[in-house]
Design a protein around this ligand. Structure first.
Ligand SMILES: NC(=O)CC[C@H](N)C(=O)O
Length: 729
């Protein structure tokens, strides 16, 4: 193994940045080149069908069959002109990855002649044999049928891999009994529910608003590791994170990587994947070094949430594919390295109207501010009521490692609004109910006449907050870097929609009781400010004081996934999701099962890899080195040198024995605990057992392995060290 490490190190030192050809083409010229977007449709479809399709998409109506036929024919012509030979329904099963099954345009017609075919029926619906995707008990393997159905709101695109070009059609994925088996279907439902709820509330302020869109900008953090080093770390290969590795002397304490100049090899890689992404219509705009050594970030401009999620899923694929060309491996795991920052996927969420207004942006006029406060405060109220659901929506084995340290938020959900809005809310809370006289400036009297327009530039930042207001949007920071954002965003959309509906009912009731509309709105908002105060927190989310205070405020702190997931299946959650037709009780139960199963499997794999590495790689290395030391002591004694000369080495020999013994007993206990856990019926109980009886051994095993790393001759150590993984490129 040490041979592999040194060979890898040699390879890395010889790497050169890959030359990326600068075509001089502007990004805006190649943007969306491989997307069947509006321009491509207009150019290839008869006008009448084009209009019909757009109308159906806008109104959320089903696309008629003859229109679908016209779209399919245009898509085929367009894709074949670009060299595509195959097409696929592209979907997002509950594995977290994307799925595709390619079919050729090529077919034989009835008289056996070869033709290229693609009909509306193949565009609209397919029936992949998808029995091996997670289904949480919804389907039996013998009843493998599942359908993928076209999502006309997300444009088709062409993926190029190794010279092959494939037309990809975004679709939802449902069981043949109708339950959703993917991330997209519930997301689309939640977007529709939120739009309706937000529209109803918008009409208090502007009757002309016809559409409200949820917008999303997804920041993506990641690490890069050289391919050769990666191949010499079985833990990275099998689990996506390092299970062992002593902290290097220098980590991120100097903050010298953050926003530093981008290393040449990485820069070439970034240019390359950005170019690919650009052709796919992914509007990437930002790139920079992140805080940890060899950690980076990219961020697109915000888009319609459904598109933003599709684009992020696609981006993760593109990044992985292009990394290979540059001899890199991209690590999307939330915590690939202990002791330095992990990676998040910060979801910047807002609502915007077809009249061009961002509902989470304070305006210049008082009326706009009341509208802003309505959406702002209602969202906070929703987060307060359903904090546990939001926590559950970001839960995974890998995110558990990230939360609560190194600029990642803790598991306690809270909202950060910044000092300025905090005082606006406190003011609102204090303002007593004011009797209104005719001719009064109602906004002035209610104390909401001015919210400083400079807010956007003046919003503070708080990296320890899971849910932070950043001037004109909320940033859900707790989402993990490898996650499909849909799970978090579907939950957020649903709880905000539910709250907006409640809000509207309360306001309407007050109006019916004779209140002026504005007064009614402010009264309800004031009540929300007061009743949701506990969720607002401006301080340090890592401090012990916050843990105590949060507990006193009644906020939950659930650091581990199996327990956090309980929130999904409470009767209240089931009622909430059913009420809005996001998840039926069956679907909700299935999702709970799937995330639990994923947890069990991830910890199981980690445990296995850990056991293998510790027993078959580390212990033999440590013992071989110890034997060298034993021979050394023996030699010294033969020379007649006494304890004074041998004691230091003897201490190391003993220390090695102690750590080896710890590793052996701990691994054995872990294996036994796994055997017991594997026999447990019931996924929740099994997940709890993995969490409480298997995972608990990880830290102890790691501590001893990492100590051995400090003792054993560097030349003998089999695993690529942290300083090499993080600093060599
Ligand atoms: N500077 C940052 O925003 C760091 C964020 C951090 N990497 C996280 O896990 O969320």
């Amino acid at each position: 193994m040490a041979i592999l490490r040194f060979k890898a190190l040699e390879q890395v030192t010889q790497r050169q940045p890959l030359a990326v050809v600068n075509t001089g083409e502007r990004r805006s010229d190649s943007f969306g080149k491989n997307v069947f977007n509006l321009d491509a449709m207009r150019a290839t479809m008869p006008g009448e069908y084009f209009k019909k399709l757009q109308a159906a998409v806008k109104q959320g109506n089903p696309v008629e069959r003859n229109v679908a036929d016209a779209v399919a024919s245009a898509m085929k012509t367009w894709a074949m002109a670009k060299g595509a030979t195959h097409y696929t329904h592209w979907f997002q099963p509950l594995t977290g990855a994307t799925a595709e099954k390619h079919d050729s345009f090529f077919d034989l017609n009835s008289d056996g002649r070869p033709v290229e075919n693609f009909k509306g029926s193949a565009l609209v619906q397919q029936e992949p044999d998808a029995s091996s995707f997670p289904n949480g008990g919804i389907r039996n393997t013998f009843e493998a049928r599942g359908y993928t159905a076209w999502d006309p709101t997300s444009p088709a695109f062409i993926i190029e891999t190794g010279g092959a070009k494939t037309l990809c059609i975004p679709t939802i994925f449902v069981a043949y009994t109708g339950e959703a088996l993917d991330y997209k279907a519930p997301l689309l439902k939640s977007l529709a529910v939120l739009e309706k709820a937000a529209l109803d509330v918008c009409h208090y302020f502007d009757k002309d608003i016809v559409r409200v869109t949820t917008t999303l900008g997804i920041e993506q953090e990641y690490f890069l590791v050289d391919k050769a080093l990666y191949a010499a770390r079985p833990d990275l290969m099998m689990t996506g994170r390092t299970l062992f590795g002593h902290s290097p002397a220098k980590g991120q304490q100097l903050d010298d990587h953050y926003f530093g100049s981008i290393p040449a090899r990485v820069h070439a890689y970034m240019l390359d994947y950005e170019e690919e992404a650009n052709k796919l219509g992914i509007p990437l705009r930002t790139r920079h070094n992140e805080v940890a050594p060899h950690q980076f970030e990219c961020a697109p401009t915000f888009e319609d949430a459904n598109l933003a999620v599709d684009h992020n899923q696609l981006l993760m694929d593109v990044m992985a594919r292009v990394a290979d060309k540059h001899d890199f491996k991209v690590l999307l795991h939330e915590k690939p390295f202990a002791g330095v920052n992990g990676s998040g996927k910060h979801n910047n969420w807002a609502l915007s109207t077809d009249t061009g207004v961002n509902l989470l942006s304070p305006g210049r006029r008082p009326k706009e501010n009341l509208q802003f406060l309505t959406f702002f405060i209602t969202t906070i109220k929703a987060v307060h009521r359903h904090a546990d659901l939001l926590r559950a929506s970001i839960a995974s084995a890998s995110n558990d490692h990230r939360l609560g340290a190194n600029e990642a938020p803790p598991a306690i959900m809270s909202v950060f609004v910044g000092s300025m809005l905090d005082s606006v809310m406190n003011e609102l809370e204090r303002t007593a109910k004011v009797p209104l006289d005719k001719g009064d400036n109602i906004y002035l009297k209610l104390g909401i006449d001015k919210i400083p327009a400079i807010l956007l530039d003046n919003t503070d930042r708080n990296r320890t907050s899971p849910f932070a207001f950043t001037g004109n949007k909320f940033e859900f920071r707790a989402v993990g870097s490898s996650a499909n954002s849909s799970s978090a965003v579907t939950t957020l959309n649903t709880i905000v929609a539910d709250q907006l509906i409640d809000f509207k009912n309360s306001v309407d009731q007050l109006i019916a009781d004779g209140r002026k509309k504005e007064v009614a709105i402010v009264e309800v908002l004031r009540e929300y400010v007061i009743s949701s105060k506990a969720i607002r927190f401006e301080g340090n989310g890592y401090s012990d004081e916050w843990k105590e205070e949060a507990a006193a405020r009644g906020l939950s702190n659930v650091p581990t996934t199996p327990q956090a997931l309980d929130a999904i299946v409470t009767p209240e959650s089931a009622a909430l999701f059913e009420r809005h037709r996001i998840y039926s009780p069956v679907e909700l139960h299935a999702r709970h099962e799937i995330v639990l199963e994923d947890y069990v499997k991830k910890i199981q794999i980690e445990g296995r890899v850990m056991g293998d590495l510790a027993i078959n790689h580390i212990v033999p290395t440590a013992l071989a080195y110890q034997t060298k030391l034993v021979n050394n002591v023996r030699g010294l004694r033969e020379l007649g040198l006494d304890d004074e000369y041998t004691n230091g080495t003897l201490d190391t020999i003993k220390s090695i024995s102690r750590h080896v013994a710890t590793i052996k007993t701990q691994v054995e206990e872990m294996v036994n605990a796994r055997k017991v856990a594997n026999k447990i019926d019931g996924t929740r109980e099994q997940a709890l057992a993995y969490c409480d009886t298997v995972k608990v051994h990880f830290d102890t095993i790691r501590r001893s392995v990492d100590k051995l790393e400090l003792m054993v001759d560097d030349e003998d150590w089999p695993l690529v060290k942290y300083r090499e993984l993080l600093f060599l490129h």
